[in-house]
Design a binder for this molecule. Structure first.
Ligand code: PGA
Length: 271
């Protein structure tokens, strides 16, 4: 059974105080909602790189089940790459996940299917940091009927480098497959959410694409939905058969809204 994963992408928001308060606050809510039972879903926060250590420390003290992820990583392990951060560096400070190819990185920083695939391949070779591959179409692409093609190309570029085994590999001390996040670009930060049916359709397409290569890996890979997920729509989205949680931007910046989304995951996990 796939567990639900609720992941917060803070983007370029926050400061030291907020990092402490948000992680502590979410941990407190999550603990009280679970009423002493083990967490039935997973929680991940992805702050800006400079606050990763802080988030790891706070989560370690408050609730070790809250995992910490970066928003980007270099494909190289070390060297003369000014401004970059590597997988061994993330791993050393206890950061176990990394977002790859978020649409804002593709749009503003020139990341391509190929460069994202290289970063994914670096994660596969390194092994201890879970890649969260972000895919999704723009509004123009959706309107032109190209959604599946775009998503397929984004995933195929990764398959070309690492094969289906790259998704099925057990990352993070042999505990986790790679994760995919479907985020239609037109739904990110716009308040316009894909309907549960629209999202499910693409998620099913992605799962089938993986299943055509390996059914077991397809069935055990978490596919998150992202794009204006909020407390009011999380339950309905996460209830879809192939939606295994969310990658949450705006609503992950406040204790209340992020915890409410966690509550939706808990409700479904326990139902
Ligand atoms: P949003 O962002 O929830 O603010 O739409 C999602 C994301 O970009 O990951």
């Amino acid at each position: 059974m796939r567990r639900l994963l609720v992941a917060g992408n803070w983007k370029m928001h926050g400061d030291v105080t907020m990092t402490t308060e948000l992680v502590e606050g979410v941990a407190a809510k999550v603990v009280s909602m679970s009423e002493g039972k083990d967490l039935s879903y997973e929680v991940l926060v992805c702050p800006p790189s400079i606050y990763l250590s802080k988030a790891v420390d706070v989560a370690g003290r408050a609730l070790s089940e809250i995992k910490v992820g970066a928003q980007n990583v270099s494909e190289h392990s070390h060297g003369a790459y000014t401004g970059e951060i590597s997988l061994p560096m993330l791993s050393e400070i206890g950061c176990g996940y990394v977002l790859l190819g978020h649409s804002e990185r593709r749009q503003y920083y020139g990341e391509t299917n190929e460069s994202v695939a290289k970063k994914f391949a670096a994660c596969t070779a390194f092994g201890d940091v879970v890649p969260v591959l972000c895919v999704g179409e723009s509004l123009a692409e959706r309107e032109a009927g190209l959604t599946e093609q775009v998503v397929e190309n984004q995933i195929q570029a990764v398959l070309d480098l690492v094969g289906i085994e790259g998704f099925g590999k057990k990352y993070l001390q042999n505990t986790k497959n790679a994760v995919i996040a479907y985020e239609p670009v037109w739904a990110i930060g716009t308040g316009k959410t894909a309907t549960p049916e629209q999202a499910q359709e693409v998620h099913a397409f992605i799962r089938e694409m993986l299943a055509s290569l390996d059914r077991g890996i397809a069935d055990s890979t978490q596919i998150l939905y992202g794009g204006s997920v909020k407390p009011s729509n999380a339950l309905e989205l996460f209830a879809q058969k192939d939606i295994d949680g969310g990658l949450i931007g705006g609503a992950s910046l406040e204790i209340e809204s992020f915890s409410e989304i966690c509550k939706a995951a808990q409700k479904l996990a326990e139902s």
